[in-house]
Design a protein around this ligand. Structure first.
Ligand code: XMP
Length: 319
């Protein structure tokens, strides 16, 4: 893509001009935006950039190893893997209110990131994968107060606290342009096409109290579900798909015995921007096959439901 090729060159020049010989730190989440920003900035200033991957223990099966592996091996990008799952899961113990979960995770994220920034001797700049729509959204709506239904966490507030300037090379781009730039930078198509994943991760797909046992069951069920979606060639038709583990156990039969295990809900939606969404019309055959696979392959789950709520009135996530 010649346009993105030119944009890439231009962006690299601007990053070099802004940063000079300063140090840049970036919170890499594994999402498309922060990944493209990190790779672009690395191309511009090399090892003046350090990325921190804050691992809150709420990622999907194999995800942290995948993300960290890709950036270290393919991009040779200086990357700290901050495994802080003990800290996050400890502080989340006994918490079931969705907004409290978000606040705890968002607060800890900032603490952990700040600690690692200090350990590496501080930085002059903070890199963020802010997109054009984020810039627009942060300008308050005229004609009335903006309504926050769910508080999304990011590293807002950090730059002032740590006395850093922002480097935001994607500020002029829309999502599809960021994807094009990512392809231009050689990020694998499977990575660029990944569904969005919320900052608080599996915490908001585990309504009620979060336990390691529930998270492990959830990770397994989610992996089977996504595998089914990929095998049926449906992944790219869907905006987001995931499993939520429900805070209820139900009775089932397995062989001659009775089981008493968790129920789960499958979610899949189509959407343009996440603001509104429709549930995905899977065939009954697909749903039946997926339920059978999850119950057979995932100990701890004995009942599978499909969520057919659209947004509004539902939200995409369960919390
Ligand atoms: P809802 O559930 O509000 O989600 O319909 C809309 C989109 O936002 C994502 N989401 C979040 N992302 N932090 C995030 O970074 C959050 O706290 C959060 N809550 C929801 C959700 O996955 C969907 O893409």
């Amino acid at each position: 893509d010649w346009t993105m090729g030119a944009y890439r060159e231009e962006a690299i020049k601007r990053i070099r001009a802004q940063v000079g010989d300063g140090k840049v730190i970036c919170a890499l989440s594994g999402g498309v935006d922060s990944s493209v920003a990190a790779v672009l900035i690395h191309e511009a200033i090399g090892d003046q950039l350090t990325c921190v991957y804050v691992d809150h223990g709420l990622m999907r099966k194999g995800e942290s190893a995948q993300v960290v592996g890709m950036f270290r091996e393919h991009y040779n990008l200086p990357l700290i893997h901050a495994d802080e799952s003990e800290l996050f899961l400890g502080k989340l113990e006994g918490v079931s209110d969705p907004e409290t979960k978000r606040k705890i995770i968002g607060g800890l994220f900032i603490d952990v990131f700040e600690r690692h920034a200090q350990e590496m001797g501080g930085a002059d700049f903070l890199a963020q994968g802010t997109l054009y729509p984020d810039v627009i959204e942060s300008v308050s709506f005229s004609g009335g107060p903006s309504v926050t239904i769910k508080s999304h966490h990011n590293v807002g507030g950090l730059p002032e606290r740590m006395n850093m300037q922002l480097v935001e090379p994607l500020r002029e781009l829309f999502k599809d342009e960021v994807r094009a730039l990512g392809r231009e930078l050689g990020l694998p198509p499977s990575f660029i096409g990944r569904h969005p994943f919320p900052g608080p991760g599996l915490a908001i797909r585990c309504p009620g109290e979060i336990t390691r046992a529930k998270l492990d069951i959830l990770r397994e069920a989610d992996a089977v579900y996504i595998d089914q979606i990929r095998k049926h060639g449906l992944y790219d038709d869907i905006w987001q798909a995931f499993v939520a583990i429900l805070p209820v156990r139900t009775v089932g039969v397995m062989g001659d015995g009775r089981t008493y295990d968790y129920a789960c809900a499958l979610r899949a939606v189509t959407s343009v921007d996440g603001m509104t969404a429709d549930y995905y019309p899977f065939s009954h055959e697909f749903l039946g096959e997926t339920a059978t696979r999850i119950i057979n392959e995932v100990p701890g789950i004995n009942r599978v439901t499909y969520d057919i709520t659209s947004k509004p009135p539902g939200t995409i996530e369960w919390e």
